[in-house]
Design a protein around this ligand. Structure first.
Ligand code: NDP
Length: 257
């Protein structure tokens, strides 16, 4: 077995400074890819890059800004060459009952989770078409496959990511470029800690009770580890995964089937 199946490939991971994105970056780097990590916070990107034993470039970029995205992808390509792997991982999850979901929250969720994925894909795709090979993996969520109460805007955005994935996969099916979504269940990251804090504040439950409540969604009775999500992403990026496209793969202990 080739220990470095992605040697020579340049992968961009948005939101690569922490959480699931950092785990994905580590997994792709171990498989030999050169990495560009993108996110808004330069110091967390720098800290992550220093921890990685690989060729890593960083670009600060807010994925909701068309101009920043264009600039960052251009700079990444100049630094490490053509981008043939894109992992759209940057995301945020705010919750409110629907009656308190104002237009601002709605637009924030669509903007970062869905429009960000659109903008980064538009920026990376021409290079993949030119290279005649590409892998696009969108980190959606189980909330892109089913509903949960109090996250209608987030869930709508993530369902949108799955729809974008399926349509683009068909458009690119004959171009040697695959497009897939990975849909994690509740996973151990800062994003989850923020959800736990909100549950504690709104319901008076203890943090342990709130955590246990989220873990109960998963038939395995636990939270998902970022590395488990990262391994699914790596598999989709491998050269041998060419027949896998248009899929939305839940990494959630059987929560969705
Ligand atoms: P974290 O909050 O730990 O990390 C989110 C990452 O996204 C950070 O690196 C952050 O970097 C980046 N980010 C956020 N907003 C922007 C923006 N506007 N532009 C660029 N980067 C941005 O979350 P997770 O690791 O948990 O989440 C990663 C992905 O996985 C998200 O898409 C999330 O929806 C999804 N997911 C997570 C689940 C979970 O339970 N944790 C479950 C299902 C899906 P910075 O702040 O520096 O910009």
């Amino acid at each position: 077995m080739n220990p470095q199946p992605l040697a020579g490939k340049h992968a961009v991971v948005t939101g690569g400074g922490r959480g699931i994105g950092a785990a994905i970056a580590a997994e792709l780097a171990q498989a030999g890819a050169r990495l560009t990590l993108m996110g808004r916070n330069r110091s967390s990107l720098e800290a992550r890059a220093q921890q990685m034993n690989a060729e890593v470039h960083i670009e600060t970029c807010d994925v909701t800004s068309p101009d920043e995205v264009k600039r960052a992808f251009r700079a990444a390509q100049e630094a490490l060459g053509p981008i043939t792997i894109l992992v759209n991982n940057a995301g945020q999850a705010e919750s409110q009952p629907f009656s308190k979901t104002d237009l601002g929250l709605w637009q924030r969720m669509l903007s970062v989770n869905l429009t960000g994925t659109f903008l980064c894909t538009q920026a990376a795709l021409p290079g993949m078409l030119e290279a005649g090979w590409g892998r696009i993996v969108n980190i959606a969520s189980t909330a892109g496959l089913k509903g949960y109460p109090y996250v209608s805007a987030y869930s709508a955005a993530k369902h949108g990511v799955v729809g974008l994935t399926r349509s683009l996969a068909l458009e690119l099916a004959r171009q040697n470029i695959t497009v897939n979504a990975v849909c994690p269940g509740f996973s151990e990251t800062e994003l989850l800690e923020a959800s736990i804090a909100r549950i504690v504040q709104k319901t008076g439950r203890t943090p342990a009770e709130a955590r246990a409540e989220l873990a109960r969604h998963n038939p395995q009775g636990r939270l998902v580890e970022p590395t488990e999500v990262a391994q699914a992403v790596l598999w989709l990026c491998l050269p041998g995964s060419a027949a896998l496209t248009g899929q939305a793969i839940a990494v959630a202990g059987g929560e969705v089937m």
